[in-house]
Ligand binder design. Structure first.
Ligand SMILES: Cc1cc2nc3c(=O)[nH]c(=O)nc-3n(C[C@H](O)[C@H](O)[C@H](O)COP(=O)(O)OP(=O)(O)OC[C@H]3O[C@@H](n4cnc5c(N)ncnc54)[C@H](O)[C@@H]3O)c2cc1C
Length: 453
């Protein structure tokens, strides 16, 4: 474990103590459980299930959707040329060791997915080698990053109480550099940098790979890993279309009721679902107020992904991406390493821009995308088809991934992570690598280890 290590375990354990009342503590079991239920077949749930499978513990995974992978969602955009795009998670980072280990175990090749970013700003198109931050800001930012490890606990908390935009302004960022950072950094968080905890942002930039963890993609699409884990643990162990609506803890057991009327009982539950879904479940006994407040406080970022298939890769280079101040926001070559004359670009928009994409229809979306790309080519000549996914209205998460606002990293994350009687929590939203597949995988494995210990 690397980033934010000091918080990862210590604070979660402290939170667990707070939320495990004396009465509930007496109900918690401390022997290896005979049976475990895993809620959610995203990367956190599948990673937990894999650990349980390896330990030969009986388990079942319950999943609302009719597919595995959750917010990892590979889509075949063109079946003639077998071109696949990611409508959810895209990049595996160089620092993402747990995901890489799983890829190795399941024989999934990781392909280079790095890009060189062009800029379209104020109507002027600048190729990747012709735009830069000012020398003054580059130097200042290097110092800030270098000093990150020296921040005291009190300084980290202070930084958490400030938004990233304010932190940059207080550190003297020139106005044009600030505009560029807003465009670039908001793609990482899915919302404006005015809404993001300064600590959450700085730790991400200080501890990430050179390309900010935008390094690799799984051959065949990231969904391949979800599929292969499911095949390995046994598809009969993963129940699709099982939407959990109630969780009852009684006499050391956990009983689950699904909307189809089926019930399941086990000694422990690993719950990996996003907070929007969590809030809708009826818990008996009820979740502690502190936890409910934390669940209600956490927001998820609005990201829209709009993939467009073109008959030619008119953008020229395989490592093409483009940051813009248009509504299309950020474009990248989504079919890099997939050989075909055809190719796809994804428009990745965030915040209110994503809302506008999500709320409108394909005619509108097509117009925005083709207009934004006009400085490169007469894009309408190559247009084939398009597909859109707006995570802001996703039925189960209502957002792409958690976005920690001012004061929330230290304030609510430990509360969200805390165990409740025989329920262990996991998922990207409580991870050190929050917002990444790595975070989902590692919290899932940690929850399974806690259950087994
Ligand atoms: C647009 C977008 C871009 C991203 N880009 C990247 C990236 O480039 N790199 C990266 O590493 N990560 C990225 N991520 C983040 C990554 O996808 C997530 O961190 C990770 O997939 C979350 O996994 P999880 O298991 O925690 O949650 P989920 O994948 O959400 O899994 C939880 C599962 O629980 C199910 N569920 C919910 N409620 C219930 C219920 N009541 N009963 C039963 N089941 C239920 C859901 O259907 C879901 O399948 C991106 C995400 C999005 C959306």
């Amino acid at each position: 474990m690397k980033r934010r290590t000091f918080l990862g375990l210590g604070a979660a354990v402290a939170g667990a103590t707070t939320l495990t009342t004396e009465k509930s503590f007496s109900q918690a079991i401390h022997t290896k459980p005979a049976r475990v239920i895993v809620l959610g077949a995203g990367f956190a749930g599948l990673s937990a299930a894999l650990k349980l499978h390896d330990a030969k513990v009986d388990f079942v995974v319950l999943e609302s959707r009719n597919r595995v992978g959750g917010r990892v969602f590979t889509h075949v955009l063109d079946d003639v040329h077998d071109l696949r795009v990611e409508l959810g998670a895209e990049w595996v980072g160089k620092s993402h060791e747990e995901v890489q280990k799983l890829c190795k175990r399941f024989d999934i090749e990781l392909l280079n997915n790095q890009f060189e970013t062009d800029l379209l700003f104020r109507g002027s198109y600048q190729p990747s080698d012709q735009w830069e931050f000012t020398e003054e800001w580059k130097k200042r930012f290097e110092e800030i990053i270098k000093n990150f490890n020296q921040l005291s606990d009190a300084q980290q908390r202070e930084l958490d109480r400030m938004d990233w935009w304010r932190f940059l302004v207080n550190n003297g960022i020139p106005e044009n550099d600030l505009f560029l950072r807003e465009l670039l950094d908001s793609t990482d968080f899915g919302e404006s940098i005015r809404h993001v905890s300064g600590f959450s942002a700085l730790s991400e930039y200080a501890e990430s790979s050179k390309k900010n963890e935008m390094d690799f993609k799984m051959k065949g699409g990231n969904g391949t890993l979800a599929r292969k884990i499911t095949e390995h643990i046994g598809p009969d162990k993963v129940k699709l279309g099982y939407h959990v609506e109630a969780i009852e803890q009684k006499n050391g057991k956990v009983k689950i009721t699904c909307t189809n009327g089926e019930t399941f009982e086990a000694d422990r539950l690993i719950c990996t679902i996003p907070t929007f879904s969590l809030a809708k479940i009826k818990f008996t006994p009820a979740l502690p107020k502190e936890k409910m407040d934390a669940i209600n406080a956490l927001q998820y970022a609005r990201i829209n992904k709009h993939a467009v298939l073109f008959s030619e890769r008119f953008w020229g280079r395989e490592d093409f991406d483009l940051i813009t101040d248009t509504s299309g926001h950020y474009f990248y070559h989504a079919t890099k390493n997939q050989s075909s004359k055809f190719g796809a670009l994804i428009s990745y928009s965030i915040g209110e821009k994503a809302d506008v994409f999500g709320w409108n229809d394909d005619t509108f979306r097509k117009q925005i995308v083709l207009e934004s790309l006009r400085p490169i080519a007469r894009t309408e000549d190559y247009f084939q088809k398009q597909v859109n996914y707006y995570w802001g209205t996703d039925r189960y998460s209502k957002g792409s991934y958690a976005v920690y606002g001012k004061g929330q990293w230290f304030g609510i994350r430990p509360v969200l992570a805390a165990k409740f009687i025989n329920i262990h929590f996991a998922g990207e939203h409580i991870a050190d690598w929050q917002g990444f597949m790595e975070g989902a995988v590692s919290t899932g494995a940690e929850a399974a280890e806690a259950v087994l210990s």
